[in-house]
Design a binder for this molecule. Sequence first.
Ligand code: NCD
Length: 310
Amino acid sequence: MEAMATDVNPRHVLGVDDLSASEIASIFTRAAQFKEKGFASSKILDREPGNSPVVALAFFEPSTRTRLSFDSAAQRIGCKTIGFDNPELTSSAKGEQLEDTLRVIERYSEAIVVRRKDHDTIDIIREHVSVPVISAGVGAQEHPTQALMDFFTIAERRPLESVKHLCEYGDVIHARPTNSQALLLAREGVTISFVAPDEMQVAPEMVSELESRGAKVILTNKLADVVADIDVMHVVRPQRERWEGTELDAYATIDAGVLAKMKSDALVFHVLPRTGEIDPAIDDAPQNLVWELVRNGLFVRAAILEFILT
Ligand code: NCD
């Protein structure tokens, strides 16, 4: 059976808006079941030998956690995986266009996980690909599954409704999980602060989008302006690979001194890799989600794959 580009509405997850609130709730419930009981209840495991779905991992940009957690999650729920993590060893190094590469891959797989830097990626996928595609991060646009595992991990600690102030701290203009997190949370009654040096501050279009969803947006370069009000802080790495030749200034490390200024029930996380902007000495602080987040990636991505494949 050959997938055709004329098929209607493949269940892509290219941005957080591709999932409804109730679909996200079901994914979180399923992820919690996988976490608690293991993967034996996967709806895919009972397929006949030879009929396991194939998940293709097409990584045009470096990755550790995202690629390996998708690979591990896919295999644990009964899928097989194929793919590449070095596009230089694929036909894209010979000048093949993305749409052709994906048209090839969709003939070998039931779902594709794509990471790529170019901002035309999403439009090309929506126009040309007929098997479900999950974004594993596109340029500085979105990283939807990262935001889902972040919110799943926050929700293990406190109801998401209690998160009234999300702070995005650091190089927000060049980062992508920040956009997915902010879009996922933005609604009436929520404040989203972007604390960044001026040249790393969030794009005005994103501010307008968040405000149009009802959120109050604060832009500042001083953490002191907001630190005492924050419920959840995401610490963002300087995204040097997107600085395009310019050298921007470093910003202050989040450490125990900053935690002491935050509310006692505030949470802090970093999606990794980290490069000095969060102090490893606070890894074990009760407010810090960093390593639980890595673990939860497996369960949330397994739940997302099961959702789109069944
Ligand atoms: C993020 C990414 O690739 O956008 N990494 C990840 O998936 N955990 C964040 C980053 O690289 O800073």
